[in-house]
Structures are given as structure tokens and as C-alpha cells.
Design a protein around this ligand. Structure first.
Ligand SMILES: Nc1nc2c(c(=O)[nH]1)N[C@H]1C(S)=C(S)[C@@H](COP(=O)(O)O)O[C@H]1N2
Ligand SMILES: [Mo]
Length: 172
């Protein structure tokens, strides 16, 4: 009988240790990860998870490939772009309308937006850079930062493992 409990105790302890290690590695990856905002900016930024926690935050819902809805939380990307001095709001006119945001990910995936697609004077849609999904930090090689682009028919621009935002000029 005692031996029976011991086996269960051991199994539980191993499971607990496994969970703890997963949690610790997620937290370490989360703290080490950075997001670089570069290119046509007033000042280049390197943000960490801690910086994002301190910024104005918002929520968004995204239906995944399998049709399941998930709740995400993070920072509106316009807030991030604003703090790097990107030409949004009343500065988004004339030649600045040919500027774009190129989002780059850890796996080499890249997606593009025109600034006007994101700016609040053009659209009500709020695209966020999420660091939490369903109340937990984003892990499983999909985090720590994931772009959430609501209102599209496919979640293809909702890039995970985001590492940088590059602002460019498409004008020729
Ligand atoms: N970094 C990165 N993000 C990505 C992809 C990718 O290959 N790499 N695939 C995209 C595509 S095509 C889809 S359909 C969604 C899938 O996300 P989901 O598993 O939450 O549905 O992620 C998008 N984000
Ligand atoms: Mo996809």
C-alpha cells in the first residue's frame, strides 16, 4: 500500500517538476525576448516583455485555423509605433501614405501592412501585439509576441514569434 502511494507520489513529483521547468523556461524566454522597431522611425526602440506590460494594453479575439476562438491581450501596435515616433494620426498624409510596416518573425515569416491600414484615423480595427493568450503567456514556439489582426477571413497575418517591426517607404 505504501509502495503504491510512493509510486504515485513520484509520478506526481515528476509531473510537477516538468510543469515547473516548462513555466520557468517560458518565463526566461519571455524576459529575454525583444521586439525591435526600426527603419523610418524617429527613434529606434528595443522593447522587452516588461516594457510591454507597462504600456497601454488592450484585448482582441481571434479564431484559429481550427475554428476555436481565443482571447489575446497585449499592446495596440499603434501605441508601439507612436512611441517610436512613426508618422501616424495627423502626420499620416501625403507621401507618408506610402509607408509600410513589415513584421518579421523568428521563423522567417514576414507580413506587410500599409500604415493607413493600422491608423485610428483610417480604421476602427485595433491590431495588437499580444503577449498573453487565454490568460497565459504565449509559449509553444508561438511567443512570446504574437500579432493579432482581427476582422480578416484568415488568420494568416496574425504572425507569431514576432521579433521586429520595420517601417519602410514604398514610394519611388
Ligand atoms: N511566424 C509565423 N506566424 C504565422 C504563420 C507562420 O508560418 N509563421 N502562419 C500563419 C498562418 S498561414 C496561419 S493560418 C496562422 C495560424 O494560427 P493559428 O494556429 O492560431 O490558427 O498563423 C499565421 N502566423
Ligand atoms: Mo494559414
Amino acid at each position: 500500500m505504501l509502495r503504491f502511494y510512493y509510486i504515485y507520489y513520484r509520478r506526481g513529483a515528476l509531473l510537477g517538476l516538468g510543469l515547473l521547468l516548462t513555466l520557468v523556461s517560458t518565463v526566461i524566454a519571455q524576459e529575454k525576448a525583444t521586439l525591435i522597431i526600426q527603419g523610418e522611425v524617429e527613434k529606434e526602440l528595443v522593447l522587452t516583455s516588461l516594457d510591454l506590460i507597462k504600456m497601454k494594453r488592450d484585448k482582441a479575439t481571434l479564431i484559429d485555423r481550427g475554428g476555436v476562438s481565443h482571447h489575446y491581450e497585449g499592446v495596440p501596435i499603434t501605441t508601439i509605433l507612436d512611441s517610436a515616433g512613426v508618422t501616424l494620426g495627423n502626420k499620416l498624409r501625403g507621401e507618408n501614405l506610402s509607408k509600410y510596416l513589415l513584421v518579421k518573425c523568428g521563423d522567417g515569416y514576414q507580413v506587410l501592412f500599409s500604415l493607413a491600414e493600422l491608423d485610428h484615423s483610417f480604421t476602427d480595427r485595433i491590431v495588437i501585439l499580444a503577449d498573453h493568450m487565454d490568460g497565459k503567456p504565449i509559449s509553444d514556439g508561438r511567443g512570446p509576441f504574437r500579432l493579432i489582426v482581427p476582422g480578416e477571413k484568415v488568420p494568416a497575418r496574425s504572425s507569431f514569434e514576432v521579433v521586429s517591426f520595420t517601417i519602410g517607404f514604398a514610394k519611388d
